[in-house]
Design a protein around this ligand. Structure first.
Ligand code: ZN
Length: 66
């Protein structure tokens, strides 16, 4: 079983699993987006009380391989 499977939150410094838009959990609408998976999550903003990032929108949600 893959460790990244089903994972929905990532701490700063962890590997980005997918391109897309990420949102912190503080409720302050801090967003971060990337087009490049394999990067690492940035630190949360200094005025952010959250501890990790969650996925908000995938850039390429399983596009048609039919
Ligand atoms: Zn925040």
């Amino acid at each position: 079983m893959s460790e990244s499977e089903g994972k929905t939150s990532w701490h700063p410094g962890e590997i980005v699993p997918d391109s897309g838009i990420y949102e912190c959990v503080c409720g302050g609408e801090h967003h971060w987006s990337t087009d490049v998976k394999g990067h690492r999550f940035p630190p949360l903003p200094s005025n952010c009380s959250g501890e990790y990032w969650t996925i908000k929108a995938q850039a390429h949600p399983d596009d048609g391989r039919s």
